[in-house]
Design a binder for this molecule. Structure first.
Ligand SMILES: C[S@@+](CC[C@H](N)C(=O)[O-])C[C@H]1O[C@@H](n2cnc3c(N)ncnc32)[C@H](O)[C@@H]1O
Length: 226
């Protein structure tokens, strides 16, 4: 079956894991997510889902902290890496699973859903609205979603999705390596907030964050079902 442009990270992960035997995104968790979980009252009984967990640095850290989190990604290589890291960290590797959230549903709802640096990979309007639909469908009535994307709320950008699998030079540690280009769409605050509204999600808070690993500046939004 033809690969979707947003599956290009699979190639990037394979290239980096095979050639460097290191994670592409490093192993530092984004502590901003832990702070949000604390702020909105999550405890060890709360059910939490991470969408697009990549190499698992956030989910593994939260599992180590005792949170009840499941983590998914469309990339089988990412999940293979997560399971290996989970085993090394002594947490449950079965919490990680492969899923394309744009084409699948789960038969459960969560108290918290979060996603770091995933939505800005989705370029097509239809895919972005499917992302929000998935979040809304899987949130408990009083559940909270934390959605973090690359951007400063002003700059816009839209890459050519037909080039997502092409190789490009990218900095990795102190050298340059060739990896799959992948995709990116950056939106303004106005566009971002209207996407939540169109999906029936009420934004409770939004702000710029400069602490998210790998990004100079990120847009964070906290939302619940309307
Ligand atoms: C930029 S990476 C971020 C990974 C991780 N959250 C982090 O902060 O390092 C984006 C991730 O989103 C995943 N992704 C893209 N589209 C997806 C989809 N439709 N369903 C699930 N995961 C998806 C990619 O495979 C990739 O791992």
């Amino acid at each position: 079956m033809e690969k979707k442009y947003y599956e290009a990270y699979e190639e990037r992960y394979k290239q980096v894991h095979q050639s460097q035997n290191k994670p592409w995104a490093g192993d530092r968790p984004s502590l901003a997510i832990e702070k949000l979980l604390e702020k909105y009252g999550a405890n060890s009984n709360s059910s939490i889902l991470e969408i697009g967990c990549g190499e698992g640095q956030n989910a593994i850290y939260l599992l180590q902290k005792g949170y009840n989190i499941e983590a998914s990604d469309v990339s089988p290589e990412a999940i293979r890496w997560c399971k290996k890291q989970a085993e090394l960290a002594g947490v449950d590797e079965n919490k990680f699973f492969v899923m394309d959230i744009l084409n699948n549903d789960l038969d459960k709802k969560y108290d918290f859903i979060f996603s770091v640096a995933v939505l800005h990979m989705l370029v097509d309007d239809k895919d972005r609205s499917e992302f929000f639909n998935f979040v809304k469908k899987h949130l408990e009535d009083i559940g909270k979603a934390f959605i973090v994307v690359m951007g400063d709320g002003k700059m816009t950008r839209k890459t050519d999705t037909t080039k997502a699998f092409e190789l490009a030079d990218r900095p990795f540690e102190n050298k340059t390596i060739q990896v799959a280009t992948t995709s990116c769409r950056m939106v303004t605050w106005e566009q971002y907030l209207s996407e939540f509204k169109n999906a029936g999600l009420k934004v409770l808070d939004y702000y710029l964050d400069r602490t998210i690993s790998g990004f100079e500046v990120s847009m964070v939004a906290v939302a619940e079902k309307e």
